[in-house]
Structures are given as C-alpha cells and as structure tokens.
Design a protein around this ligand. Structure first.
Ligand SMILES: CC(C)(COP(=O)(O)OP(=O)(O)OC[C@H]1O[C@@H](n2cnc3c(N)ncnc32)[C@H](O)[C@@H]1OP(=O)(O)O)[C@@H](O)C(=O)NCCC(=O)NCCS
Length: 188
C-alpha cells in the first residue's frame, strides 16, 4: 500500500517500486545524486537487474504527483555468498563484528535526486524498507567520509563496523555500518 511520505514535501508519495521496470529511472536518480558516468550506469544496470532476482530483494520509490521518480532504496537479506558480503567479511572479522552479516537486511542503494534532498525523503525510504524487514538488524556501506549519508545513517542508529574498506571497483574507501531494527526515530 503506497504511503504519503511523512516529509514536508506534500507532492511526493513513497511506496513499492518495480525496480526491474524502472531501472533506468532509478539509475538516472543515482547518477544525479551520486555521480555515475554512462559506462558506470551500464555496469550498474546489470548489477541491479541481478540483485532484484535475489531472494527477499525489495525496493521502495519516492514519486512526484506527475509520476517522476525522485528517490529510491533497495535491499535484501544478507547472504554471505553475495559479492558485497565476501568483500566486507574480512574487514568485519578482523574487528570481531562479522556476526552482523547474519540475520541482517542489507541496504544496497539509497539515493534522492539533489532537487529533492534534505526534505526527509531519504530518512522515510530507509525507515520504511527496514520496518518491513524480518531481520533484527541492518547493514550497509557508505563512502568513508563525512557526508549527509553518514550523518543520516548515524542518526538512525547505524554505527561503524569497519572503516577504510576497499572494494575492487571503487577508488574511495568505504565504511560498513550496522544498526539494530527498528531504526531510531527522531526525537522531535
Ligand atoms: C543520503 C541521501 C539519500 C539522504 O537523502 P535526503 O532525502 O536528502 O535525506 P533526508 O532529507 O531524509 O535527511 C536526513 C538527514 O541528513 C541530513 N542531510 C540531508 N541532506 C543534507 C545536506 N545536503 N547537508 C547536510 N545534511 C544533510 C540532515 O541533517 C537530515 O537530518 P534531519 O532529518 O535531522 O534534518 C541523499 O543525500 C543522497 O542521495 N545523497 C547522494 C547519494 C548518496 O550518498 N547515497 C548514499 C550512498 S551510501
């Protein structure tokens, strides 16, 4: 059931997203929000289409009244055999935090178009998708520098499980973060 978001942006609705059908719109949002070259978009497209076939993979989208996608989140139950999990596992193991890879819902991507950021859409997307996860915790990776994403995740209860994590394809190091579910709600 789609929900009107709890944001102060009245025209945006947040609800289930058919990521297979709308993969190009989602990647356009990600390209604006995160910065992706055309080559990276082509690679990401294949990855997203594979991810959504994984058991329990789910997506939510933020859509304007005219039907334009302006934000999305997707994730899935973690599986230690998935590529992302195999990359982060040694970093977490060396810090004694690799049990977070079990019974955990992974946030794979979260992006909001720059023209719609800082209005509560990102917070609503990640809170809604994890509220409907059956796992007791959630994990994700984010570029390991101070950013709106890192600040948002911390305010939701995510803490660093490992830092300076290197993915073979990414030039910048990442932090892996984990939070108990349900995520924290703002006090105000
Ligand atoms: C991270 C992101 C998804 C957050 O989405 P959003 O809709 O802007 O987030 P919200 O409006 O829900 O803001 C959540 C918090 O982040 C902070 N924040 C958001 N945008 C910010 C900005 N431009 N500068 C500083 N803080 C910011 C706010 O403090 C806000 O907290 P509040 O609710 O207490 O005010 C969005 O900034 C984004 O798409 N960034 C680029 C892509 C990216 O980094 N994705 C995450 C990959 S790991």
């Amino acid at each position: 059931m789609p929900h009107r978001s709890s944001t102060d942006e009245p025209s945006v609705t947040i609800g289930p997203l058919d990521l297979r059908a709308r993969v190009d719109e989602a990647l356009a949002v990600q390209a604006h929000a995160f910065g992706l070259s055309d080559d990276e978009i082509a690679v990401r497209r294949q990855i997203v289409l594979r991810h959504i076939t994984y058991p329990g993979a789910r997506a939510l989208g933020a859509t304007t009244e005219t039907g334009r996608l302006v934000g999305f989140v997707y994730g899935m139950p973690n599986d230690r055999t998935h590529w992302w999990s195999t990359v982060v596992e040694p970093y977490l193991r060396s810090r004694g935090t690799d049990h977070w890879l079990d019974d955990s819902f992974v946030i794979t991507e979260l992006h909001v178009h720059p023209g719609h950021q800082n209005r509560g859409i990102g917070r609503t997307l990640i809170t809604m998708i994890t509220d409907t996860a059956y796992q007791p915790r959630s994990i994700l990776s984010a570029i390991d520098h101070e950013s709106p994403a890192r600040g948002l995740y911390r305010s939701l209860g995510y803490a660093d499980l490992a830092q300076q994590v290197l993915f073979p394809s990414a030039p910048k190091p990442y932090a892996v973060m984990g939070a108990p579910l349900p995520l924290l709600r703002p006090l105000h």
